[in-house]
Design a protein around this ligand. Sequence first.
Ligand code: WTA
Length: 648
Amino acid sequence: MAKDIEALQKEKRIFEPPAELVENSNVKKWMNEHDIKDYDELLERAKDKEWFWEDAAKELEWFAPWTKVLEWNPPHAKWFVDGKINIVHNALDRHMGTPRENKVAYIWEGELGEVRKLTYRDLYVEVNKFANALKGLGIQKGDRVTIYLPMIPELPIAMLACAKIGAIHSVVFSGFSPHAMMERTKDAEAKVVITVDGFYRRGKLISLKQNADEALRDAPSVKHIIVVKRAGNDVSNGDKDVWWHELVEGQSATAEAEVMDSEDILYILYTSGTTGKPKGIVHVHGGYAVGTYRTLKWVFDLKDEDVWWCAADIGWVTGHSYIVYAPLIAGATSVMYEGAPDYPHPDRLWSMIAKYGVTIFYTSPTAVRMFMKYGEEWPKKHDLSSLRLLGSVGEPINPEAWMWYYEYIGDKRCPIMDTWWQTETGSHMITPLPITPLKPGSTTRQFPGVEADIFDDNGKSLTEKGGHLVIKTPWPSMLRTLYKDPERYEKQYWSRFPDTYLAGDAARKDEDGYFWVQGREDDVLNVAGHRIGTAEVESALVSHPAVAEAAVIGVPHPIKGEEISAFVILRKGREPSDALKDELKRHVAEEIGPIARPASIGFVGDLPKTRSGKIMRRVIKAKAIGAPVGDISTLANPEAVEELDKAV
Ligand code: WTA
């Protein structure tokens, strides 16, 4: 990573977007309509954020208009105050009776190759039936529903059905362990859990329901467990369990969308923070719809004839915003894929791009680096000429991977939209538009209506020097709070600099105002584009009877960006062994999920700590990657540093 950052700092190439793309782009058209002649003027004019976002909001259908665009009582924002809306009315209902009704909303492909196409009408009917089924179970506006499903059509159907009746969904990534799912379910006090009998990953059956059964017994709030039949494997259904297909049978195909206040909660999505407890990020119907919709239309220039593929998992925010809500509001045709990107061969995705004529493709740097390793002979086997734009998200993309993506997937024709944003921001914040000259490795400039900056420790704006990435004004799709934890919301994001949002990333802004994101600056790791809290992994480790203390760091990895390395102090009487290392790795995977499995574990007698007892991960990391340890005068136990030498 140190090498990558150096490479980033030297990067000077500029790639101009093709003139034809610029001229025909949604954003350029809008600029012409508003007499805006260039990019700088666009950003300048959009600083009138009420004007800018109100214009965006007018493209949606509201049941009742807002009386005020923004009410800002830092750190609490209300957007489109008093407006009444339902995001699902915009995503589905309003397309009925228009030519979009019979357009394909999702082309879904299972890992084993089966295909399901759902038109907007099909989706509308499925959502209505399931919404009615949920109501039949007593679910009402404001109730929470945990959705623990893999990438099958029932996942967006369940989310939309909840939102349509005003229930709050909390989707838990299906790669998380049942234990992690249940912790989130308990925090949300969900009444219903929706899951699946089993699904396939790399050809292997994963019996999700069976794995979850034990955890599910342990949540008193849960009254019903709805099970989708996907794999047909054996599941032992208990008295709370009900099959999805039996539940929807005979339900009416129409359902009224609940009239929601603009600020009513749409969903909770848990994400890792600096403590062991995940944060429940709260998004709302109104502003979130406006932010996700406008960014998709502008950043990815989405048009009616496009075939859009956001190859993320809906279990993360990228999938919430850009597989479910924004593309449906825009009336797009999306590809949705169930399985592993390199299964059964490394050209699975390229073959699907050719098969479905995908025009816009959005993935992560980790995926790009993985494909790079497989080699360009795989994409070269397929006709990728339908593509016109590419995207990247989740972690910094190194210029080398950017160039490979640009050359071999985009044929040097397709600009890459490297979009910086977070679960908290709801939609793209620092990102190119189709009109933006690109610099490989830079997420370029802020989206119009967003004010990003780099601050030093004292809140002074920096150019050319690295610092804290901040957002200085509110935006419509911002998180509203942390579920049941408003204090942590204030402390985490708004206490460092007055009335300013602290992103938790380190970044630099160059002389052209281009942003170069370096990575997290808090105790959050980014493994293959997935956020994992060091504290979560540490608490999973110490929950094992052999472990007394643990410290977890991220070490650079050529494909995943970072991988997890753990240092462990064993309890008295426990002996270090390779078998124990394996057991601890397995234990973490069971507690959190396979994505959190440490790549390496070192046994130590002591860990470097400050006098107040705080583990100095910085020192551990320096040792692990062979960098200078720097100032260790605040260490209470300098001898621990030598211990580390032995362990690495
Ligand atoms: C990182 C994912 C560099 C960043 C949408 C951020 C990025 C965290 C980029 C949020 C990018 C996301 N370049 N870093 N284009 N996009 N990140 O909440 O560290 O899963 O804070 O949201 O991913 O991760 P999250």
